[in-house]
Design a binder for this molecule. Sequence first.
Ligand code: AMP
Length: 221
Amino acid sequence: MAARLIVLGRQGAGKGTQCARLATRLGVSHLSTGDLFRAEIATGSPLGRQLDRYVSTGDLVPDDVVLDVVAANLGSAALRARGYLLDGFPRTLAQAQALFEVLGAGAADLALEIDVPVEVVGARLAARRICTACRSVAAARDGQLRCDACGGRLERRADDHDEAIARRLWLYDEQAGPLLVWLDSQGILVTVDGVGRPDAVHDRIYAAVAQRVPAIRAPVT
Ligand code: AMP
């Protein structure tokens, strides 16, 4: 059976970067609810306009809307058989319980929490820039306007302003407590230290996954 993973962590904990790398290494689909919402917002559709009201202020999108979007993306049996990595979902206890109710106990083999203290992620989010050309995520140095990788223009994510950052971090701490307790009660929670160089964090995460998910114990090249 292919790996099915949930990845959690405060905004700015490096989830997006680590999830993309881990999903590629494991050969599973990477589903980020934040990315799905931003793509929908960019289309300007009625759903996108509804999502934008929450995302731009740092509020959580209501559970029923989130669950519809996830169901549409996890609906494929082929995708589920290949394995998946859920990035940014579930974010609330109700979302986690709905996921396990619909897909059963096999909904996730492991829930990985990337742990980075709030004071560290606050500084990272304030410096975070996205390249408008290659979409890579960078920690901008003072006054830096161009991407080191491709020279594209760097911009701040629309929800990386001080108020929305504070709101998202507060909400994470409020919602994550009961969610983590519940995932732990299912016997699938592992917490990994997310402070340090991205390579070192990736090695820690991969080791935790390899130890817990039998399907990937064989080395993956
Ligand atoms: P992210 O890219 O994971 O930081 O998500 C960006 C924004 O999308 C969040 O601040 C929320 O507004 C929204 N969002 C993403 N995933 C969820 C979720 N599972 N539940 C509620 N809102 C979400």
